[in-house]
Design a protein around this ligand. Structure first.
Ligand code: MN
Length: 234
């Protein structure tokens, strides 16, 4: 790979790095890639009418689509069915390829609450045409994410309430124990298709209760021990 030492040769300023705050620390977590698991809670697979036996699969978002806790999310273009998906986010500190399930958690730095924002009507249209989901999943402000809680503070949460309110009303309310594929299995599967590295975030899928949002709606997403993520649609 070509190494460019002389940044003065750049024709315009290089893109800014993207960071997430770390709970209880003044240090920051630099984000590299964002992967999301397609389907990981049975009740959500049923509410969308999908195949329950499919292995986990992944799609991507870009790091500059992250929205920080307390910020606003712009209602996106092209959709009339903009939906929330609360998800446990895994933040990697190392990685590799073909990571065995038994070693997967050694590569985790910490966990956060995230929102996999979705243009459901566009996602459904692409599914029908057997085209990529990208237009339904990867767009401006589509990846709100809260502070990273290091493993040293919270361990590896395998159960605990995952709960989202919109304007104070509960919309999604489940438990991490309902995930079909656990974090170790997700990391293992992802590492077969891609080389995982420090800074990679993995959104691990959403439980049932996804619903459409309007401008002005305030989402508050919480997972036991991982604090809260609050985002308003504008
Ligand atoms: Mn999702």
């Amino acid at each position: 790979m070509i190494k460019f030492d002389d940044t003065a040769k750049s024709v315009f300023p290089a893109p800014e790095p993207v960071f997430l705050p770390i709970n209880g620390s003044s240090q920051l977590y630099p984000v590299r890639r964002i992967y999301c698991v397609g389907r990981n809670y049975l009740a959500h697979i049923r509410e969308l009418g999908n195949d329950e036996r499919e292995p986990p699969f992944f799609f991507s978002k870009h790091r500059d689509m992250i929205v920080q806790n307390g910020e606003n999310c712009a209602y996106p273009a092209l959709t009339k069915d903009y939906q929330h998906e609360i998800e446990l986010v895994v933040a990697m500190k190392s990685g590799g390829m073909d990571i065995p399930v038994a070693r997967a958690l050694d590569h985790v730095y910490g966990y956060a609450v995230g929102l996999d924002m979705t243009r459901r009507d566009l996602q459904n249209r692409m599914k029908e045409k057997k085209l990529p989901w990208e237009i339904g999943k990867s767009f401006e402000d589509s990846a709100p994410c809260g502070a990273i809680y290091p493993v040293a503070q919270v361990g590896h949460p395998a159960k605990g309430r995952i709960h989202l309110t919109v304007n104070g009303a509960t919309k999604q309310d489940s438990d991490l124990a309902q995930m079909i594929w656990n974090v170790s299995e997700i990391i293992h599967h992802l590492s077969i298709q891609a080389e995982i590295k420090a800074g990679d975030l993995i959104f691990t899928g959403t439980p049932e209760g996804v619903a459409a949002l309007q401008c002005g709606d305030r989402m508050v997403a919480r997972i036991d021990t991982l604090g809260e993520l609050s985002v308003t649609v504008v």
